[in-house]
Ligand binder design. Structure first.
Ligand code: FA5
Length: 358
């Protein structure tokens, strides 16, 4: 670039200045060109100086042209600076960009392994599937219950000796009413029947899985926090044989065709008659072993025909409706299905155990 101050070549020189600005490839280059473009030694400064040697008329005309060139140079500079700044920002962003896809791919290929639902959750889901296939709906009841739902409506009044069957955790909410952590899923029966009466939606064919709590000392077949699944059918002409059929169908569907069920007379205040239901011991397949105390059978739960006292408590007409109910341990099912010697393994979170059920 020449630094002539002649106004004759102003147009051509100004084009050179603008071309120099456009050719700057980086902010540094642009900064280095600034003295040539707008500094004291720039053509603009030289032209400015030479204005003084012109007569008044030429000065006015040349001054206006010079002003125009100065504006063009400054606008082009500002524009080029903006373009280069944006380019630098984009380059920085591209370098700093964290490729999350890459992180995921790398962590999967590294020893980190994905988790999976626990055995009890999987068992609960499979049990629900079996009952849904038999026409049951799945509902959930509250884990914290009043005395009414956990005991009284189930025909277990205060001071009834049967309360001793369930070692109960009491919850002190400062309420006048006694509140407990439910000791079984049977209170869900009461919620289901009350709702069906209120909404006029009898009959009922439902199962209700969920967590239960008892002051049981944990051992090979007991936990203080465990899971049950409750079944309730209220309909016309329902018999004990229907109940036995449902239990046998469930047993074979869940445990396999070579495992069967049997009912043994028992006592529950909310069913009459009542039974305990047992399945072939899955460890010895009925031959007799230590787990089943050489009987060949393992108790899974209780069942029976809904006691008329329960129907009366919820306002169901015992002349027109019959029902049966059953409740059994989900943890116990998992234990039997997979031959787990000690139920406490289900909650100890030893990855060597848990990892076998992914
Ligand atoms: C009951 O809880 C009754 N509500 C069952 C019932 C329902 C009877 C409907 C009639 C009609 P029981 O206390 O026997 O019954 O418990 C039933 C099953 O829950 C047991 O057979 C066992 O499989 C499981 N269970 C009970 N206590 C525990 C515990 N502490 N840990 C793990 N499983 C348990």
């Amino acid at each position: 670039m020449t630094t002539s101050s002649s106004f004759d070549d102003l147009a051509e020189r100004s084009r050179e200045l603008l071309a120099l600005i456009e050719s700057a490839g980086s902010l540094d280059e642009l900064r280095q060109s600034e003295p040539v473009l707008i500094g004291k030694r720039s053509p603009l400064a030289a032209w400015q100086k030479s204005l003084g040697s012109l007569d008044a008329a030429q000065r006015a005309e040349a001054g206006a042209r010079l002003q125009d060139v100065r504006r063009q140079v400054q606008t082009a500079l500002a524009h080029r600076r903006e373009v280069l700044e944006r380019r630098a920002r984009d380059e920085r962003a591209a370098q700093d960009r964290l490729d999350l896809g890459d992180v995921v791919v790398r962590s999967v290929s590294a020893p980190l392994r994905a988790g999976h639902p626990g055995l009890v959750a999987t068992t609960q889901r499979e049990l629900e599937d079996v009952f849904v296939a038999m026409g049951f709906t799945v509902v959930e009841g509250p884990e914290v219950e009043t005395d009414w739902y956990n005991f009284e409506a189930l025909n277990i009044p205060p001071a009834h000796p049967a309360r001793g069957m369930w070692d109960t955790f009491y919850v002190d909410l400062g309420e006048p009413e006694t509140v407990v952590l439910r000791t079984h899923t049977s209170p869900t029966q009461v919620h289901l029947m009350e709702a069906a009466v209120a909404e006029g939606t009898l009959p009922i064919h439902a199962v209700a899985p969920g967590r239960c709590f008892r002051r049981d000392t944990p051992d090979a077949r007991h936990l203080a926090v465990f899971h049950q699944i409750e079944g309730l059918v209220v309909d016309r002409d329902v018999t004990f044989a229907d109940m036995a059929g449902v239990i046998e169908t469930f047993t074979r569907a869940y445990f396999g065709p070579d495992i069967t069920s049997r009912l043994r007379p028992a006592y529950f205040p909310f069913t009459e008659p009542s039974a305990e239901f047992e399945i072939t011991c899955t460890i010895c397949r009925g031959a007799g072993c230590r787990t089943c105390s050489s009987t060949g059978w393992i108790e899974l739960g209780g069942c029976g025909m809904v006691d008329p006292a329960v129907f009366e408590a919820v306002g169901i007409d015992v002349e027109h409706w019959q029902g049966f109910a059953f409740g059994f341990g989900i943890d116990r099912c998992a234990q039997m299905r997979f031959g787990i010697a000690d139920m406490r393994a289900l909650v100890e979170n030893d990855v060597r155990f848990v990892g076998q059920f992914s």
